[in-house]
Design a protein around this ligand. Structure first.
Ligand code: SAM
Length: 295
């Protein structure tokens, strides 16, 4: 357990999808009264795009770095422009050395009245996250909990402000995560029905991954809540062979975000942004996106 390190994946196409959506959600939710944000699987908080981990996998090269290098003649759609500018705010002009993870994206949008709780269980990533957060002037509005995020969320719901966003972004390195996500959301909806819930999941050829958004949709519909489901596919999930006949795994081909009680502004923002993500990040002719809503 805990072999997953987000540093290998920071800035990949899944982060582009997840963090563009996270930012668009927060832009809306931070406009009003005090907000609580709960990030159940936080990671290390900040990543080096020029560091050893990032270069080993080079996933950002096919994700965020490809996006910014593309310079589309018509410009980025507003949600993607906002995302690129947010990452730029962590870097010197025209340099892409640092990539902010969800804790720092969230924190950068909060005002003094808002609170952020972060769960992370990997010993090294908890240490790095703690050191990174300690550099923040507003560090006191952030609490880091080295415990299970699925379980830990329970004691904070409902939050006193009655306004909250829960981001659930597990690594899915253990199969059990696919069952724990809907169980956590079901429990959270009973405790706090009006919260906004955002779940990231990988789209890979295994039944649990396929079933996860269906389970979340059923939960939302049963609770009479609105929902939004966005996916981004950059390439085929099929295994291929290299010149020596060795089987080549494609790496993560696609991912999705499922939101319950999303801001009403989100669908319109993604309607333009998702096709542009496909256009700029596609790796083969199987690239596509989808956007569905209900409730
Ligand atoms: N949300 C981060 C971002 O967008 O920058 C990335 C998170 S990464 C996909 C998932 C993280 O969850 C890993 O750092 C892993 O160590 C951690 N983790 C795994 N199981 C956990 C659990 N039960 N509770 C809290 N954190 C966990």
């Amino acid at each position: 357990m805990f072999s997953y390190r987000h540093a290998f994946h920071a800035g990949n196409h899944a982060d582009v999808l997840k963090h563009t959506i996270l930012l668009a959600v927060l832009r809306h939710m931070t406009q009003k009264d005090a907000l609580n944000v709960f990030d159940t699987h936080a990671g290390a908080g900040l990543y080096r795009l020029d560091g050893d981990y990032a270069q080993t996998s080079a996933e950002a090269a096919d994700g965020f770095l490809k996006l910014v290098a593309s310079k589309p003649p018509q410009g980025f759609t507003p949600a993607l422009q906002d995302y690129v500018e947010m990452v730029a705010s962590f870097n010197a002009a025209n340099q892409w050395k640092v990539y902010p993870g969800s804790p720092f994206i969230i924190q950068s949008l909060l005002s003094g009245r808002d609170k952020l709780k972060l769960w992370e269980m990997h010993p090294t990533d908890t240490k790095t996250l703690t050191a990174n957060v300690a550099q923040l002037e507003a560090g006191r509005q952030v609490t880091i909990l080295r415990e299970d995020g699925f379980e830990g969320l329970k004691k904070f719901l409902p939050p006193p402000s009655r306004r909250a966003l829960v981001l659930c972004d597990p690594s899915y390195e253990v199969k059990h995560d696919y069952a724990r996500v809907p169980a956590m959301v079901a429990d959270a909806l009973l405790r706090f029905a009006t919260g906004t819930y955002a779940v990231w999941y990988p789209i890979i050829p295994r039944p649990e991954a396929h079933d996860l958004p269906k389970k979340l949709k059923t939960l939302a519909n049963k609770a009479g809540k609105s929902w939004l489901h966005a996916t981004l596919t950059v390439k085929s999930s099929k295994l291929t062979q290299d010149a020596e006949g060795e089987v080549v795994r494609p790496g993560l081909p696609a991912s999705g975000m499922f939101l319950i009680n999303p801001p009403h502004t989100l669908k319109a923002a993604l309607k333009d942004a998702l096709p542009q993500m496909v256009e700029l990040l596609k790796q083969d002719q199987n690239a596509s996106s989808s956007l569905e809503s209900g409730g």
